[in-house]
Design a protein around this ligand. Structure first.
Ligand code: CMP
Length: 153
């Protein structure tokens, strides 16, 4: 079982796509175990996007990610890091395959609606930026036995 961080970015919130995107994760059988709407500060943006801070597009990315609220989700599931990344599609909505979230709803490289951690190490670091241990609501998923066979978990 893996845990990953998903952010519904300002464009997702403003375009009223939160329900559709969250629904995709639920329909896939992933478990949302924490959820928080916040306004990202410039300081949090720099921590979250530390690997991009020196890149030419960073000032514009920071302006965008701090421009309106975002929703942070902690998502649990088998191979959740990779499964969620595949569901998002390529970074640019123009390149993302149809059927992926970005492929279906985004036509931008920057305003690509959703962020997800790209590895287990990134997930651990990024989850700590948004959630405390007490934020996680682990609960039994009553339909779990209808999502996969016992020997698959
Ligand atoms: P995300 O998956 O959150 O990771 C970094 C973000 O930077 C990315 O989604 C885009 O929103 C943005 N991004 C990546 N590459 C570019 C780029 N070349 N120009 C502008 N924004 C970018």
């Amino acid at each position: 079982m893996q845990r990953t961080l998903v952010l519904l970015k300002p464009d997702c919130v403003q375009r009223r796509l939160m329900g559709k995107v969250i629904g995709r994760f639920e329909e896939k059988g992933l478990s949302i175990i924490a959820m928080k709407m916040i306004r990202v500060t410039p300081d949090l943006a720099r921590q979250h996007y530390a690997e991009h801070v020196e890149k030419p597009f960073y000032p514009s990315l920071e302006e965008f990610i701090t421009s309106a609220p975002i929703v942070a989700l902690a998502v649990d599931g088998l191979e959740a890091v990779n499964v969620v990344r595949e569901m998002l599609g390529a970074t640019s909505g123009l390149k993302a395959a149809p059927g992926t979230i970005r492929g279906d709803y985004s036509s931008s490289r920057q305003m690509n609606l959703v962020h997800a951690s790209d590895s287990e190490e990134s997930a651990k670091r990024e989850l700590e930026l948004y959630f405390n241990e007490s934020d996680y609501c682990d609960y039994e998923h009553v339909a779990a036995s209808f999502l996969r066979a016992i020997d698959e978990s």
